[in-house]
Write a protein that binds this ligand. Structure first.
Ligand code: ZN
Length: 85
């Protein structure tokens, strides 16, 4: 599912993540493709397009799901951090 995310919201997410994938911490400059904006809780599970539910993600974490176990742990950590903020 694709959803519109404003340029301003994308910019804020990118800046907050300091250009690193928020799941595996890979810097964008070290990858072959630009990082993407990901819904931490997927829209199909009720996740909203809000700053708290968005994360900067490398293509491996966002599309290929090769790091599923690590990703799930990091998703839980991100949710905890956002709730504490
Ligand atoms: Zn990643």
């Amino acid at each position: 599912m694709s959803v519109y995310i404003s340029a301003e919201l994308r910019r804020v997410v990118h800046k907050r993540a300091e250009g690193r994938c928020e799941y595996c911490l890979m810097p964008e400059f070290a990858t072959f493709a630009a990082h993407e904006i990901d819904h931490i809780i997927a829209q199909k599970h009720g996740g909203q397009t809000t700053l708290e539910n968005l994360a900067l993600a490398c293509i491996l974490c966002n599309k290929l799901r090769l790091r599923a176990l690590c990703r799930w742990q990091n998703v839980r950590n991100l949710i905890r951090l956002r709730q504490a903020a």
